[in-house]
Ligand binder design. Structure first.
Ligand SMILES: Cc1ncc(COP(=O)(O)O)c(C=O)c1O
Length: 303
């Protein structure tokens, strides 16, 4: 293996660099992940991450990478053959749609050029063309890490409401939550998907689903096989203890970072704007739609 002197400094959207205080918090003896100490730790973590998502409802946490949270969202809400509306905003939206296909879901992946987020008008048109309500879920990647394209979730929600369509709105916030403004309850999202290694600057291995009442009702009817990923009671079960401890004892206190994170998000958004203008100054050809603020990620991400 090549010797690397100095500190290894990753410059990718995630895994993000983990602050030293977080690394120190991980260096603690293992506790029983079924014992009382863990139960009290988990309660604090669950309350904090719910606040981070902007939900007053319980969330389900899993020890896994973000791909597990994708799977949990699908298997808890859908049944074999259900129609899913997805949008090709980049690599991750495409992979998620492929996963849905593997579960026997009937995926309508609307082709895209990887240069813009999901267009709310297109969501509205697709749903209006489905009077029989065959579409059971609309899946959206809030911040396409691979392209830096952001989708406007409130506009998409409004388009779904205007079409009076009952499909669930399932949103991947894997590279947005903690970096870009996000409000699960207020924006009417049914399932939010998140994982630890990006906006929260933690190592990978902890992910979640935030769940609306409507999504929980869908879970009671959903027939895709599930066991480990099953939502009911999930919040009282095990999660990666080391990850939980990182979240509480590390200074990355999710309960201090509300849904708006008043200082962090405007700062990140400003630095994203600076990055874009520097790319332009360098004469590098930039993607036209990313010059439009609304279509660009507020997180400094892969571009
Ligand atoms: C937007 C998005 N969704 C899903 C994933 C997959 O997450 P993981 O690699 O943690 O399984 C990633 C990973 O980078 C991502 O950026």
């Amino acid at each position: 293996m090549t010797y690397q002197s100095g500190r290894h400094f990753l410059q990718i959207p995630g895994p993000a660099n983990v602050p030293d205080r977080v690394l120190r918090a991980m260096a603690a003896p293992t506790i029983d992940h079924r014992g009382p100490e863990f139960a009290s730790l988990a309660r604090r973590v669950l309350a904090g991450v719910a606040r981070l998502c902007g939900t007053a409802r319980p969330v389900a946490l899993y020890p896994s990478s973000g791909t597990g949270a994708w799977e949990a969202a699908l298997v808890n809400t859908l049944s074999p053959g259900d129609r899913v509306l997805a949008f090709e905003t980049g690599h991750f939206a495409t992979l998620w749609a492929q996963m849905a296909g593997k579960f026997g879901l009937d995926v309508d992946l609307v082709p895209g050029d990887w240069r813009r987020g999901v267009q709310a008008g297109q969501v509205g048109e697709k749903l209006a063309a489905d009077p029989g309500h065959q579409i059971k879920a609309v899946t959206i990647v809030h911040n396409e890490t691979s392209t830096g394209c952001a989708s406007q979730i409130p506009l998409i929600r409004a388009a779904m409401d205007d079409a009076r369509h009952p499909a669930l709105l399932i949103v991947d916030t894997i590279s947005s939550l903690g970096s870009v403004e996000y409000r699960h309850d207020e924006w009417g999202v049914d399932v939010t998907i998140w994982c630890s290694q990006k906006g929260m600057m933690l190592p990978p291995g902890l992910d979640l689903n935030a769940i609306s009442e409507k999504a929980l009702a869908a879970a009671a009817r959903a027939r895709l096989p599930r066991s480990y990923w099953d939502w009911p009671g999930r919040e009282s079960r095990s999660l990666a203890t080391a990850s939980a401890r990182r979240l509480t004892t590390s200074g990355q206190r999710p309960d201090r970072r509300g849904p708006m994170m008043p200082r962090t998000i405007p700062r990140l958004s400003r630095s994203a704007g600076v990055s874009r203008s520097q790319v332009a100054t360098c004469g590098t050809r930039s993607v036209p739609s990313l010059r439009i603020e609304a279509a660009s990620s507020g997180a400094v991400t892969a571009r």
